[in-house]
Design a protein around this ligand. Structure first.
Ligand SMILES: Cc1cc2nc3c(=O)[nH]c(=O)nc-3n(C[C@H](O)[C@H](O)[C@H](O)COP(=O)(O)O)c2cc1C
Length: 210
C-alpha cells in the first residue's frame, strides 16, 4: 500500500488533514524559537488530547504549564539531581540549562489506577500515549514544533515530588515553540511492515470444518 498515493486522491480537506498527520516530526528545544503557542492554542491541543481513545474516560493524564519565571527554579532542581547522581560541575551546569530552551515548557503527568476493575493498566497507559500524541499533533497542525523529553531526571524523586501527587508518574516535559529550521529528511514510514491480514491458526480452521 502506498500511503501518499492513497491520501493524494482524497478531497482537499481530507488531503490537508492527512498531510498534517503524515508530516508531524519532533523539534528539539534547541531548534524552538518564539512565538510559543498561546494559552488558547495550548487549550486546543489539550482538547485534542482529550479526544484520544480512553476506556471508561478515566483521563489518566494531565499537562502542567511551567511559567517562564519558574524555569530557573526548575533548573535548580535539574542541577541538584545531577549533583546527587555524581555529575561534574560542567555536567551540572548543562543540566541546569536544560530547563531554559524552548519558548514553552509543560510537564506531562500520568496517573494509573492499577486495581481498576475494568480498565487494566496497559489500557490506561495507551490512553495517556494517545493523548500525548494528539497533543503533539495538534501543535503541529497549528504550525508549531514540539518534542517530548524525559531522561533519568524524570524519575528523580525530588523532581517527581515537585510535579506529582500520590500515585502519579512524571513522564517528562514537552518543549514547544516555532521551529527554526525545516525538518531533516526522514525515511518513508512503511505501513506494510506492521499491517497484516489475520491468518486464523490452523487448529481453529480445522475445528470449524469438523
Ligand atoms: C515518553 C517519551 C519520552 C521521551 N524522552 C526522550 C528523551 O529524553 N530524549 C530524546 O531525545 N527523545 C525522547 N523521546 C523521543 C522524542 O520525543 C521523539 O519521539 C523522537 O525524537 C522520535 O521522533 P517522533 O516524535 O517522530 O517519534 C521521548 C518520547 C516519548 C514518547
Amino acid at each position: 500500500m502506498n500511503n501518499s498515493a492513497e491520501w493524494a486522491s482524497c478531497d482537499p480537506i481530507c488531503r490537508d488533514a492527512m498531510k498534517q498527520l503524515l508530516t508531524r516530526h519532533p523539534v528539539g528545544p534547541k531548534h524552538l524559537l518564539p512565538p510559543a503557542p498561546t494559552e488558547e492554542q495550548v487549550c486546543l491541543a489539550v482538547a485534542a488530547a482529550l479526544r484520544a481513545p480512553d476506556h471508561q474516560k478515566l483521563v489518566p493524564f494531565r499537562f502542567v504549564l511551567i511559567p517562564d519565571d519558574a524555569r530557573p527554579l526548575l533548573g535548580e532542581l535539574f542541577a541538584d539531581s545531577a549533583r546527587r547522581s555524581g555529575k561534574t560541575d560542567d555536567e551540572i551546569a548543562i543540566e541546569r540549562d536544560r530547563a531554559m530552551p524552548g519558548p514553552l515548557l509543560l510537564a506531562f503527568v500520568v496517573r494509573i489506577e492499577n486495581d481498576h476493575p475494568r480498565v487494566p493498566p496497559h489500557e490506561q497507559w495507551l490512553a495517556a500515549g494517545g493523548a500525548l500524541s494528539n497533543f503533539l499533533t495538534a501543535l503541529h497542525v497549528m504550525g508549531f514544533g514540539a518534542k517530548m523529553l524525559s531522561g533519568r531526571k524524570a524519575a528523580d524523586p525530588a523532581i517527581c515530588n515537585a510535579f506529582c501527587g500520590s500515585g502519579e508518574t512524571l513522564v517528562g516535559w514537552i518543549a514547544a515553540g516555532t521551529a527554526s529550521q525545516a525538518p531533516h529528511p526522514r525515511e518513508n514510514d512503511n505501513p506494510d511492515a506492521i499491517l497484516r491480514r489475520w491468518q486464523p491458526p490452523q487448529g481453529l480452521q480445522d475445528a470449524s470444518q469438523s
